[in-house]
Design a protein around this ligand. Structure first.
Ligand SMILES: Cc1cc2nc3c(=O)[nH]c(=O)nc-3n(C[C@H](O)[C@H](O)[C@H](O)COP(=O)(O)OP(=O)(O)OC[C@H]3O[C@@H](n4cnc5c(N)ncnc54)[C@H](O)[C@@H]3O)c2cc1C
Length: 404
């Protein structure tokens, strides 16, 4: 049986290897439109490749997927992060865990992952054709005719796995729509927020635990917030950008956020600031930094609240104290645009899961057509979750495709 895997990325390689491993009689061919294989693996995780995450339970793991959570809840029972770790270990690639749960190859080099996948492809006689850009697929009399403009004759296959990754523009999905697949319009996920003339600009580089909330929505996340030259970034912001990706696109990236800088001290109230005033009457307001806030942030709040340079706590009236506390608990910023987070970005949207049998990843309406990876409407936050989705869906599509 000839199986064509379209896309030479993480999901394409993993599904092709699984396909060939499960049934050695299969002739598996990877078709890749560029001249580069596993290009995203190479640059991933800052060149280290964040392969997966050490998250313990399936429930915890799937909470990191704004889209595709339900499908993955079932899929991880077949192939989870534990299976990924074992899979690579069996092939002499040991993974290590960082304190935040992200897992990388011991070598800290994405090339280790590429070498492993390439070696497996060679071992299983997987044929790889680069510069093969698939432009259409037709099914006639039980066979798939795969057409590429740079090849005169179509490639004929018995089964096909689509692992073409995310596309940024809706028109990129036109050739897939011809297969009667519903496409969820793509929008970017994982980006940072631009704040025009940000009052925080001079605090660039400051990072502090915060709860960030997008006003007029229910989106609110806790995590380190990083002040950048353009606005705000860090895990809390990236998580918001992922979970609210579509709503923020609809708002054309014009929205207001509110920051609570006391993420780890939710019990603190205004009376605690009043106590600080009582206990430090003779000291300068700017010199007594409450609640372990970053010094530069506190100075900015003082400036914004018009606290004089030599004003001491005893002189601080209730109005100013209330204003300072509102900056600490409810600091407002207006976002106007986004910046691509260079370390990782993914597509929200793609091939709708309603077209697909969630157990086998085969199209419901076209027998023999399977899907894997980011081409599907599945994406996660940063932390190794996107590759795990590629390994899991690649494994399931490969296994089921190899079947009979
Ligand atoms: C800079 C960056 C860093 C990242 N770092 C991490 C990380 O550390 N950890 C993590 O979990 N995730 C990371 N990600 C996300 C992760 O890389 C992707 O989710 C993952 O690569 C998706 O795998 P895929 O095989 O589905 O798609 P891709 O890796 O995008 O591969 C799809 C392949 O299909 C090819 N293709 C497309 N259309 C056609 C066609 N018509 N014909 C033939 N070939 C076609 C493409 O050229 C491409 O090679 C990162 C993403 C980026 C952009």
């Amino acid at each position: 049986m000839i199986i064509a895997v379209i896309g030479g990325g993480a999901a394409g390689f993993f599904s092709a290897i699984t396909c060939a491993e499960v049934n050695q009689n299969n002739k598996v061919i990877i078709l890749e439109k560029t001249d580069k294989l596993l290009a995203k693996v190479k640059v991933s995780g800052g060149g280290r490749c964040n392969v997966t995450n050490a998250c313990k339970s399936i429930e915890d793991f799937t909470s990191n997927y704004p889209r595709g959570k339900e499908l993955l809840q079932g899929a991880f029972k077949t192939f989870s992060n534990k299976n990924t770790i074992e899979w690579f270990e069996k092939r002499n690639v040991k993974l290590k865990t960082e304190p935040d749960g992200r897992m990388f190859p011991l070598s800290d080099n994405s090339q280790t992952i590429i070498n492993c996948l390439m070696a497996e492809a060679t071992k299983h006689n997987i044929e790889i054709r680069t510069k093969f850009s698939v432009e259409s697929i037709e099914k006639k009399e039980g066979k798939f005719y795969i057409i590429s403009s740079n090849h005169s004759a179509p490639l004929i296959a018995d089964k096909v796995i689509i692992a073409t990754g995310g596309y940024p523009q809706p028109h990129h999905y036109n050739w897939l729509q011809k297969l009667d697949l519903q496409i969820i319009p793509p929008v970017p996920s994982l980006f940072t927020f631009n704040i025009l003339n940000s009052p925080l600009k001079d605090l660039m580089g400051v990072s502090h635990p915060a709860v960030v909330n997008i006003l007029q929505t229910n989106y609110s996340y806790k995590g380190p917030l990083l002040i950048t030259h353009w606005g705000v970034s860090g895990p809390a912001v990236l998580k918001l950008s992922a979970f609210a990706a579509r709503e923020l696109a609809d708002k054309k990236y014009l929205f207001d956020v509110q920051i609570n800088w006391l993420a780890d001290q939710p019990e603190i109230s205004e009376s605690d600031l009043k106590n600080i005033r009582e206990q430090n009457g003779k000291k300068l307001v700017r010199n007594v930094i409450p609640f372990s806030l970053p010094k530069r942030l506190w100075e900015l709040f003082c400036t914004q609240a018009e606290v004089r340079e030599f004003e001491n706590w005893a002189e601080l009236g209730n109005k100013k104290l209330q204003l300072l506390f509102s900056y600490i608990k409810k600091y407002k910023l207006s976002a106007s645009g986004k910046t691509t987070f260079k370390e990782e970005f993914v597509t929200c949207g793609g091939i709708s899961l309603i077209n697909i049998n969630e157990k086998t990843l085969e199209a419901k309406h076209i027998k023999g057509l399977y899907f894997a990876g980011e081409a599907l409407d599945i994406d996660g936050i940063t932390g190794g979750f996107n590759f795990q989705a590629a390994w899991t869906t690649g494994y399931i599509a490969g296994r089921n495709c190899a079947g009979d």
